[in-house]
Ligand binder design. Sequence first.
Ligand code: NI
Ligand code: MN
Length: 227
Amino acid sequence: MAQLRWLGHAATLLTFGNKNIIIDPMIKNNPLSPVKIDYFKNNLDIIIVTHDHYDHLGDTVELLKMNPKAKLYATYDLEAYLAETYKISEESIIPANVGGFVEVDGIKLALTKAVHSSTHSDPTGAIVSAEGITVYHAGDTGLFEDMKLIGEVFKPDYALLPIGGRFTMDPYQASISVEFIKPKKGVIPIHYNTWDLIKVDVNDFVKLVKTKGYNPIVLQPGQTITL
Ligand code: NI
Ligand code: MN
């Protein structure tokens, strides 16, 4: 069974069978997180980091120490920086960059382009595919037309899109990106209302997405859905 749990902001937990994949795990500094960091002791298999801004890198290093068998998936440059700085072992790293699928424990992973900034390496989005379900997490990004290619190549069932504006797409821009990505089953807004700087009315996004014939899924922080 495949499940998605939104942890608030960009942090997302995907579960395929007995495999747990966390994306952009800001837990401690996440005012929306429904759980404390100890919740993730010895139960994570893959940690995906789209870029190294603190609200996405989050507690990655601590979670890797708490989960000795977990593997880190990010651009190789960011992985190498984290490995050297925080003494993370080579075995904990899945070397990667924007491109084709890498398969780990039956989970297919890919990194995508994102239009944003970061300190070490380039920012990305991430694709996670298993059990015939493909999820696209856009990371932090502005609107860009190559999202059409992400839609064509990966054919996502679900897309998690930042809508908070200011640092990423806003509700209007994100609704345009939905037409590029064409998520078959649903589109989940993220990266909004965590702080005042990214305060938006999610209903603006919902209305626009529905008008375009797609399925908006607004989650409460901590809410789990079956994919
Ligand atoms: Ni960012
Ligand atoms: Mn961010």
